[in-house]
Design a protein around this ligand. Sequence first.
Ligand code: PBG
Length: 333
Amino acid sequence: MRPTVAPFPSHRLRRLRKSEALRGLTRENTLTAEDLIWPIFIREGEGVVEPVPSMPGVSRLSVDRAVEAAREAQELGIPAICLFPYTDPSLKTETCEEAWNPDNISNRTIRAIKQAVPDIAVMTDIALDPYNANGHDGIVRDGVIVNDETVEALVRMALAQAEAGADILGPSDMMDGRIGAMRRALEAAGHCNVAILSYSAKYASAFYGPFRDAVGASGALTGDKKTYQMDPANSDEALRLIERDLMEGADMVMVKPGMPYLDICRRVKDEFAVPTYAYQVSGEYAMLQSAVANGWLDGEKVMMESLLAFKRAGCDGILTYFAPAVARNLKKG
Ligand code: PBG
């Protein structure tokens, strides 16, 4: 259905834009702190706040600082925090066992946050890249990322995270069959209320560069991720992936990256009407922050506008490194 526009001057569309009161009354979308998931990077140590050079304003935090971040998130009304580990290179192997170590940095952080700030939802990342000597999301054999064996490893990882108290699991690996396998394993282990937010439509994107620096995966990665992540040229394929993950038991779905893929967000929301999220990734953040640092863009304004765009595109929420800054900005009004 198309909105009706009578011929000028019966309709002057500027009438509804003439004051903040009328603009507010007719506004179609809003951004609130509740729409945000805050991704943070964690590492070993105590009292550590180690800046990530390619992501101005973002630091790797030790467990105690991550707990503080969770507390800050709660005070700001941010409902969820998402953990990404920076792993010491000495813990990376070809078989990736550190990924399902109940005492790895992620699982220790989950427990610490759930103990200190129980009301915040803790989301995790499920993929082998932080623990893989090859830097890939899956196990590599003779240069091939092997699917089914990787799924078994991912299921172990999922169970360890659920055991540690994670509320939302975020499989970002793009292997086939992993959602169903995780869902069955979670049910069997009594974790029937752990949600899965699947990175269903994740593209093989050049916008992940700064993230790979942050988790220390850039050096390790051999080749690219094109045999498992999506071709940026594709759109219909995203719908097939979303449908497949929903059928296998995903509760929420994600499109990633965000800003260059808002068309996909809109198609997904229109087609499936399920909880839909987008990830405004590290490269998008770095791109905006570098222009802001040069004085070429107004930081506050582009941050708010870029995130409102996700709401307009149909997203229910956004993973963004701007989360605390946005929430502070919303609070001050
Ligand atoms: C890895 C993973 C990546 C991101 C989230 N999980 C990088 C990749 O796939 O190489 C990217 C997030 C960002 O760029 O902010 N499983």
